[in-house]
Design a protein around this ligand. Structure first.
Ligand code: ADP
Ligand code: MG
Length: 243
């Protein structure tokens, strides 16, 4: 993918959350966004996902300008798979229906085709036996795998992950990170907000450090972790890697 941001701004009241962000990441397969809490990572991901409109500025994805009108946004969102920290599954629906519902309502599949695709995707993530269960009957790792299955069922060109493991214990985290790595090996493009530094280093082509609404620096993963250029990024990594 190519991702190009020009003078992007977003404020909530007096709080400037994305601050004149301009960056051209060039051609990449996988980008990890790291940085302190409150720095604007989720907001940036939501803007790229077409879920939040910026106040001003431009975003081009694969050379195509993102337009913030409803028909264009609907088309844009259909090409993406988004996975959030808190799973965002419908609590009253089974795992299977959580996947089939958007396939039918958003992507226009017939019920039988949606069910077949959903079952196939659940099988792939070893969730076939859990298809009938509601989210409350699933472990955190299983819920997140259902959320990932939902995001990839339509084979999106780009996957967006916002701290997909931060609500999980270490074993469940490993389970979900394995799935993400598998998707990478399959050739999916993705953008991942994470505080799993080891994983970011291992799985991302490029890592961007975001703080106070700005991309302070970005570089190939090895380079950024081995030799961060800014004091802010050095301090952040030192703080995080101490734990
Ligand atoms: P990060 O993901 O890096 O922790 P966020 O993008 O979630 O950062 O938040 C950046 C700032 O924007 C925070 O100060 C947060 O409180 C604020 N913010 C995010 N979303 C909203 C919202 N919907 N309404 C008001 N403030 C928000
Ligand atoms: Mg966040």
């Amino acid at each position: 993918m190519r991702l190009d941001l020009r003078h992007l701004n977003k404020s909530y009241d007096a709080n400037r959350v994305i601050d004149d962000m301009t960056v051209d990441f060039g051609e990449l397969r996988s980008l990890a966004l790291i940085g302190p809490s409150g720095g604007g990572k989720s907001t940036l991901l939501r803007i790229i996902a077409g879920l939040v409109a910026p106040d001003s500025g431009d975003i081009a994805l694969n050379g195509e300008q993102l337009r913030f009108n409803e028909p264009a946004l609907r088309a844009h969102r259909r090409q993406l798979g988004v996975v959030f920290q808190a799973y965002n599954l419908f609590p009253h629906l089974s795992a299977l229906t959580n996947i089939t519902l958007p396939l039918e309502k958003v992507h226009g599949l017939a019920p039988a085709a949606a069910a077949e695709l959903a079952r196939e995707t659940l099988r792939r993530f070893a969730l076939a036996d859990h298809a009938h269960k509601k989210p409350a009957e699933l472990s955190g790792g299983q819920k997140q795998r259902v959320a990932i299955a939902r995001a990839i069922a339509i084979k999106p060109r780009l996957l967006l992950f916002d701290e997909p493991t931060s609500a999980l214990d270490p074993e469940m985290t490993a389970e979900v990170l394995d799935v993400i790595e598998e998707l990478k090996n399959e050739g999916r493009d993705f953008l991942l907000v994470t505080h799993e530094m080891g994983f970011a280093r291992h799985v991302a082509d490029r890592v961007a450090f975001l703080a106070q609404g700005r991309i302070i620096e970005h570089a190939p993963a090895e380079e950024l972790f081995a030799n961060p250029q800014s004091q802010e990024c050095r301090d952040f990594l030192a703080r995080i890697l101490r734990h």
